[in-house]
Design a protein around this ligand. Structure first.
Ligand code: TYC
Length: 127
């Protein structure tokens, strides 16, 4: 039996599809047109996204440091360094993650800022 066509499923698996002219060469009687018969793990590495923190004139520095410690597992020194970088340059990277994790972290920061009535903005960008 000849396997001659490959198709990518939404899950990123590589599925082999038999060709239209594929005869029942092995005599097993199971050859059928267009039936996916095998899956083979071909993991696509997930694309990475930067989580960016934006500067503003109103959010207290201490609050930004708390966010960086709470949601990005930074220690006091790292969090202070990133916060000061954002304060001085306007934008800074909090971390790089697969899309769903990056999106979750952006939402966590934005929700926490909103709850505390700070205008802090966080966004993501393809790495
Ligand atoms: N610029 C703010 C201030 O002077 C501090 C700040 C830093 C705000 C980083 C947001 O992402 C930020 N209070």
């Amino acid at each position: 039996m000849m396997l001659s066509n490959y198709s990518l499923t939404s899950a990123g698996m590589c599925v082999e599809i038999r060709a239209a002219d594929d005869a029942d060469r092995d005599g097993g009687g199971r050859d059928q047109l267009g039936v996916a018969t095998k899956t083979r793990a071909k993991p696509k590495k997930p694309s990475q996204f930067k989580v960016l923190m934006l500067n503003d004139d109103y959010t207290p520095m201490e609050f930004v440091v708390i966010c960086l410690k709470r949601f990005f597992a930074m220690d006091m020194e790292q969090a202070t360094r990133v916060m000061l970088h954002v304060h001085q340059k306007g934008v800074g990277v909090c971390g790089i993650f697969p899309y769903e994790i990056a999106e979750t972290k952006v939402n966590q920061v934005m929700d926490f800022a909103r709850q505390n009535q700070h205008p802090l903005q966080c966004t993501l960008e393809k790495a």
